[in-house]
Ligand binder design. Structure first.
Ligand code: IPE
Ligand code: IPE
Ligand code: MG
Length: 238
């Protein structure tokens, strides 16, 4: 990228990693093969984001709606997740802090445990905060915030008339994390599918037909070049 293009760089990229199933189908392979290849692409993209100094990256790994899928597919995804998290745990200290978005309560106890441990122990000398949206839904995120706020009101810690937009933000799963400013979705679908609906209110959106397992650092560069040329207006005039 040229100097000029570097000038506007996202601080927080959200990836809707879609198309694993179709990628596999096209090759006459089972869907779960698409997910394992997708996991490889994920690692490469995360390393690249760290290299080019993007401070926050959110990966949409598994939605609150994805539990509807056949049991064997959900199991295959959970196995990949287990492997990925254990591997990440063995690499704590390599500059990535982990944060999980979504209700951890629905996962197997060993997965929950590794999530808590990663969150706690990876807060050391990091340059990239990696947010994994797993059992995540934007509506569930809002529900989580509203319930937290209602609890504070019932304890007398907060008055209803004092609720502000920032209080809603501070009670989401993403508390303390800057809003996503660039959302990239692979596979040709052009929708958010319940991803960061509050935090993405002013995000720039980028859609590519590439299926997630084929999404490469080169494609990310192309998306970043596109981002660098966007005019962000936030309702004002330019
Ligand atoms: C994205 O790929 C991964 C998850 C949603 C877990 P898909 O599995 O949705 O792939 P397609 O959309 O069926 O091709
Ligand atoms: C969105 O993809 C969820 C993830 C990428 C984890 P889906 O494949 O589940 O979304 P829809 O069904 O096409 O909206
Ligand atoms: Mg899909």
């Amino acid at each position: 990228m040229t100097e000029k293009n570097k000038s506007q760089k996202p601080k927080h990229i959200g990836f809707i990693m879609d198309g694993n199933g179709r990628w596999a189908k096209r090759r006459g392979m089972p869907r779960k093969f698409g997910h394992s290849e997708g996991a490889k692409a994920l690692k490469e993209i995360v390393n690249y984001c760290k290299k080019i100094e993007i401070p926050y990256v959110t990966l949409y790994v598994f939605s609150t709606e994805n539990w509807k899928r056949p049991d064997d597919e959900v199991e295959a995804i959970m196995d990949l997740l287990r492997k990925y998290l254990n591997d990440a745990y063995s690499r704590i200290g390599s500059g990535v802090r982990f944060v999980f978005l979504g209700d951890k309560g629905r996962f197997a106890p060993d997965i929950q445990q590794i999530m808590y441990k990663l969150e706690e122990e990876s807060k050391v000398e990091y340059s990239l905060t990696l947010l994994l949206a797993i059992n995540y839904g934007g509506r569930d995120d809002l529900l989580f915030s509203f319930k937290n706020i209602a609890r504070k009101i019932s304890f007398g810690e907060l008055k209803a008339e004092n609720i502000t937009e920032s209080i809603i933000s501070e009670n989401l799963y993403t508390a303390g994390i800057p809003d996503v400013d660039f959302i990239i979705r692979t596979s040709g679908e052009q929708r958010l599918s319940n991803f960061l609906i509050w935090q993405g209110a002013y995000a720039e959106l980028y859609f590519t037909d590439t299926y997630w397992p084929d999404f490469s650092p080169k494609e990310l560069d192309k998306a970043l070049l596109d981002f660098s040329n966007r005019k962000r207006k936030y309702g004002g005039i330019s």
